[in-house]
Design a protein around this ligand. Sequence first.
Ligand SMILES: CC(C)(COP(=O)(O)OP(=O)(O)OC[C@H]1O[C@@H](n2cnc3c(N)ncnc32)[C@H](O)[C@@H]1OP(=O)(O)O)[C@@H](O)C(=O)NCCC(=O)NCCS
Length: 166
Amino acid sequence: MNTPELIITPELFCHGVAVEALGADAFGPGRFTRTAFRLREGVAHENELSFVALRDNQLVGSVRITRILIGERPALVLGPLVVEASCKNEGIGRKLMTVAVEAARSQGHELIILVGDEPYYRPFGFKRVTNGQITLPGPVDPRRFLYCELQEGAIGQFHGPARACR
Ligand SMILES: CC(C)(COP(=O)(O)OP(=O)(O)OC[C@H]1O[C@@H](n2cnc3c(N)ncnc32)[C@H](O)[C@@H]1OP(=O)(O)O)[C@@H](O)C(=O)NCCC(=O)NCCS
C-alpha cells in the first residue's frame, strides 16, 4: 500500500489545537518552563514562517517561528519543532526545517536562534552561540544554544539579551 502524500503548508488557525497537542505529547507540562518558551511567551508565532506537515489530513509535524529582539535588533526564534512519534525518521522534521529556514531567508530576516541538539540542526546552518554574545531569559545548556545566519556575517550585528518582541 502506498504511503499517503505528505504536504508541508503554512500553519493556519485551524491547526492550532493539533499543534498544541503535538507539543504537549512531545514535551509534557515542563514545556512551559523551558527558556525557549519564555522567549515566546505571550507572543503569537509568525503565520508566514510557521508550517505544518499533513498526511491524510492528519497533522503529523509542526515548526513555529516567532519574532524576538536581540538587544534592539529584530531576530527570530525557531521552535518548537515536533514530529508525531509514529512518523519519526521519515524526513518530516528535515522538510519542515528546510521550508521554515528558507521562508525566513526569503523574507529578508537576518538571524534565527533556537535551543536544540546541534547535531540535528547543523545541516540547516546552525552553530553554537559562543562567548555569551547573546543571552537568554533563563538557563540554557550552552551546547544547545544555536544560531543560523540568513545573511552572511549577520551574527556580528547581534549582541545582548534576547527577549520577546511585544
Ligand atoms: C527531533 C524531531 C523533530 C526530528 O524529526 P524527524 O522527522 O524524526 O527527523 P528527520 O526524519 O528529519 O531526521 C531523522 C534523522 O535525525 C536524527 N535525529 C533525530 N533527533 C535527533 C536529535 N535530537 N539529535 C540528533 N539527531 C537527531 C535521526 O537519528 C535521523 O538520523 P539519520 O537520518 O542519520 O537516520 C523529532 O524526533 C521530534 O519531534 N522529537 C521530539 C521533540 C523534539 O525533541 N524536538 C526538537 C527540539 S530540540
